[in-house]
Design a protein around this ligand. Structure first.
Ligand code: DX5
Ligand code: ZN
Length: 241
């Protein structure tokens, strides 16, 4: 029997407050001016800062760690920091990123030995847990843990690099995950990451995404504000179906 206040599978409806989120990926920012880039993109209308962590082991690239996240917080950044861990093992870094000011910490299930334990570790550290599905990763990983997640991230490229081409099968996958979220009944963000541009944002929104990671489309543009505005317009068109 469940005690009152105890969480059960898919039964705790959170407040529905899911307006589309633009998560600007710092991977494509000018790292020599990272603080300024983050401030500019937030001023331009981005909602979250997407913080890609790569370890040259789980993925063949190397980026930044908790000290950079902490430096952004120390410089006065208060927006949510959406940490995307492309590292293996995962658990060692969870506490460090929580201390460094991460808001959400997402990880790839193949990168950890015990998925449920890692989710719990993220929750216990005070952050919001997210699970990331690569293009070839089946949805089965969600079967027994979806009610413990605040975010599901569908990769629309293979992880490791910015500037790749959107993989179209991600659209069906987003629609399938959206169905699972609806069946679960909790407000879980459905985030998409890789190759998101003004041209495909409406289709991606139509498929069910509510959080849109964008790196090169934003940081590669001359005008961040105009680009984010155009992304939002397209997302609005797609979300209306
Ligand atoms: C890829 C990263 C993405 C990447 C997205 O492994 O997880 O967040 O920065 O960049 P674009 O928007 O350029 O595909
Ligand atoms: Zn990412």
């Amino acid at each position: 029997m469940r005690r009152s206040g105890q969480r059960g599978a898919c039964d705790d409806k959170l407040e529905s407050s899911m307006k589309p989120i633009i998560a600007a990926s710092i991977l494509s920012a000018d790292f020599a001016r990272l603080g300024d880039e983050v401030r500019s993109v937030l001023q331009a209308g981005a909602d979250w800062i997407h913080f890609d962590v790569m370890d040259n082991h789980y993925v063949p690239n190397l980026t930044v760690g908790p000290v950079v996240c902490e430096a952004l917080r120390r410089s006065g950044i208060t927006a949510p920091i959406d940490v995307h861990l492309m590292v293996s093992p995962v658990d060692r870094l969870v506490g460090d990123f929580a201390k460094a000011g991460a808001t959400t910490i997402s990880f790839h299930p193949e990168a950890t030995g015990h998925v449920d334990r890692t989710i719990q570790l993220i929750r216990d550290s005070g952050c919001r847990p997210g699970l990331v599905l690569n293009p070839a990763t089946p949805l089965d990983w969600l079967d027994y843990v979806i009610d413990k997640l605040d975010l599901i991230l569908v990769m629309s490229v293979n992880p490791g690099f910015g500037g790749q081409k959107f993989i179209p099968s991600a659209l069906q996958k987003l629609a399938d995950v959206r169905k699972r979220i609806s069946a679960c009944g909790r407000d879980i963000h459905l985030e998409v990451d890789g190759g998101i541009k003004i041209e495909n944002a409406a289709d991606v929104a139509r498929a069910g995404a509510d959080a849109f990671v964008s790196g090169t489309a934003i940081f590669g543009a001359a005008d961040y504000t105009a680009t984010i505005k155009a992304l939002r317009e397209q997302i609005g068109i797609g979300a209306r179906k």
